[in-house]
Design a protein around this ligand. Structure first.
Ligand code: SF4
Ligand code: SF4
Length: 561
């Protein structure tokens, strides 16, 4: 590989790379605003000016090809002086309103101002004033005075979202971005411009002014909006999720996520309709009871049915661990092979960027975990038919509001003698249930999803339930890293009384006289890796932050974005 020297360090680069790409690949950060690794080069901010030996002038690192033997100085006096000049220029008309700006704390302009600015301005004239609080579209707000005209948002819309809805108008210090006349900035990926805007010019209308970023914790996780499984960060304050942002994973979602996933996959965790604690039906109404009472009620009622009279529905919304234990419960505790889960396919949701027509996060994982009928068992349609015919009398459903998607099931499920449901929120299926167990959401538990490509990816609790609180109280501090987080950030806010589905089932199995001995989600995955080929060699350390490809028959080639 060809070599060059950057600030005295010899680095290798690939032919065709620019200086900034070569430096970035070798862990050297060259300051920049307009350059983004996934967008075309515009070279307009001039922040990446570097000195190259034997070149008469400074060059922009984003627009200059790396060459064999090239000697680059990022931090020479000449380069630093040029950067200071660029910063002075950028700040002439900037409103300097960091104290009320949502971007403060994660703003490139603010960071570089500390590092490269002289700290005062020679500009004493009136600044150019521009539009504030412009509703560019349903989800993105624009402050024209903060914009540094880097064009990242324009290039993203054209090149990644394939929705060329933004453009520059006017010239010089009057230049600004806008939509085309009468049009909105509205496409399924519009909110990614908020992430890549290097300043606070574009803000998330849903999150604006809700919290300062330094008051929040962030936890790596996976979006549950569809089978793509975009890598995300969950941002939380006082045990409440306030925003999701994409997390870079080249093999899954690159730097992006869709607006649907960003806005619709966390609010249910704090909604008023959360199932808070176990409920049993008494005289027609669901009433809250303690865990022991709910387990005892479920155990005694399940015991009266013959093996062929009971069926279990797993869930493509639940984790691999939840589904594995549900399958084990069906086969070895209830003794039934009537076991399946529902696939939720919406062809109108899928596209050729990220969104997948399978609108659940884990259908592949549910299947791999063993949620399918045994040889003489019934699949979902067979189970529904058998309920209609009165052959199946008790049904156990994991985290899936099947009535919402199939309204005709309401009448059919009403025929059951016993319906037990795990649910995060009260819904149309739980409304028919005799016993409702409160399921922890994907944001509140450890676990694994397998995306449509056959990539196993790890969830971590970003929000604490009472169950996690209790676990932490009895746990030595050295084991806190199993939760990937620290205890203190969970001290505030509302804590729902919910448990991971695998844990609910082990409690119920115990009440039925069967010991399923798992203390934590990782114990389940450790058993799975010994019994299921696809999960061989897999544990949470192995999954790491970016997941791993597992041997699943329908695994597709990874998609580069
Ligand atoms: S709004 Fe942000 S991303 Fe768009 S041109 Fe201005 S500074 Fe760049
Ligand atoms: S593409 Fe799917 S997984 Fe990715 S953010 Fe959107 S809904 Fe979530």
């Amino acid at each position: 590989m060809p070599k060059m020297i950057v600030d005295g360090k010899e680095i290798e680069f690939k032919q065709g790379q620019t200086i900034i790409e070569a430096a970035s690949d070798n862990g050297i950060d060259i300051p920049h605003f307009c350059w983004h690794p996934k967008l075309s080069v515009s070279g307009n901010c001039r922040m990446c000016l570097v000195e190259v030996e034997r070149m008469p002038k400074l060059v922009i690192a984003c627009g200059t090809l790396a060459n064999e033997g090239m000697v680059v100085h990022v931090d020479s006096d000449k380069a630093i002086s040029a950067r200071n000049a660029v910063m002075e220029f950028e700040l002439i008309n900037h409103p300097l309103d960091c104290p009320i700006c949502d971007e403060a704390g994660e703003c490139n302009l603010q960071d570089y101002a500390y590092k490269y600015s002289v700290g005062e301005s020679r500009f004493v004239e009136e600044k150019v004033h521009k539009s504030k609080r412009v509703e560019l579209g349903p989800y993105v707000m624009f402050d024209a005075e903060r914009c540094i005209s880097c064009s990242r948002c324009i290039r993203f819309s054209e090149e990644i979202a394939k929705a060329p809805q933004l453009t520059f108008v006017k010239r010089g210090d009057r230049v600004t971005i806008t939509t085309y006349p009468g049009k909105q900035f509205d496409n399924p990926y519009s909110m990614n411009v908020v992430d890549i805007c290097p300043v606070g010019a574009l803000t998330n209308r849903d999150f604006r002014f809700k919290a300062r970023v330094w008051d929040m914790s962030r936890t790596n996780s996976i979006c549950n909006g569809c089978a793509r499984g975009c890598n995300i960060e969950i941002w939380v304050r006082n045990n409440e999720v306030l925003r999701l942002v994409p997390r870079y994973n080249e093999d899954v979602n690159s730097y992006w996520m869709c607006d649907y996933g960003r806005l619709n996959t966390f609010k249910f965790t704090n909604a008023d309709d959360r199932v808070d604690g176990p409920h049993i039906r008494v005289e027609g109404n669901l009433i809250r009871v303690g865990w022991d009472e709910a387990y005892a009620e479920a155990a005694s009622r399940l015991k009266v049915f013959g093996k062929d009279e009971v069926a279990v529905i797993g869930s493509a919304y639940a984790t691999v661990e939840d589904n594995f234990i549900a399958a084990k419960f069906a086969k070895s505790v209830l003794g039934t092979g009537h076991l399946d889960f529902v696939r939720h396919i919406d062809p109108t949701f899928g596209d050729d960027i990220l969104r997948n027509e399978d609108i659940t996060p884990n259908s592949k994982g549910a299947e791999l975990a063993g949620v399918f009928p045994s040889k003489n068992g019934l699949d979902f349609n067979g189970i529904v038919k058998a309920i209609r015919e009165g052959k199946i009398k008790a049904l156990y459903i994991l985290e899936d509001d099947i009535v919402n998607d199939n309204p005709e099931l309401e009448n059919i499920l009403s025929k059951l003698d016993l319906l037990i449901v795990h649910a995060t929120n009260f819904n149309k299926t739980s409304a028919l249930a005799d016993i409702v167990f409160p399921a922890a959401s994907y944001i509140e538990k450890n676990g694994t999803f397998v995306n449509f490509q056959g990539r196993a990816q790890r969830l971590r609790p970003a929000v604490a339930t009472l169950d996690i609180d209790r676990a932490l109280e009895g746990m030595a501090m050295s084991r806190l890293d199993k939760f990937g987080t620290k205890f203190d950030r969970w001290a505030q806010g509302k804590h729902f009384d919910a448990r991971a589905s695998w844990k609910i089932i082990t409690g119920l199995a115990s009440a039925m006289g069967h010991k399923l001995k798992y203390n934590m989600a990782e114990d389940v995955i450790l058993e799975m890796r010994n019994s299921i080929e696809a999960f061989k060699g897999l544990d949470y350390d192995e999954l790491g932050e970016l997941g791993m490809q597992i041997k699943s028959e329908t695994s597709k080639t990874t998609v580069k974005i």
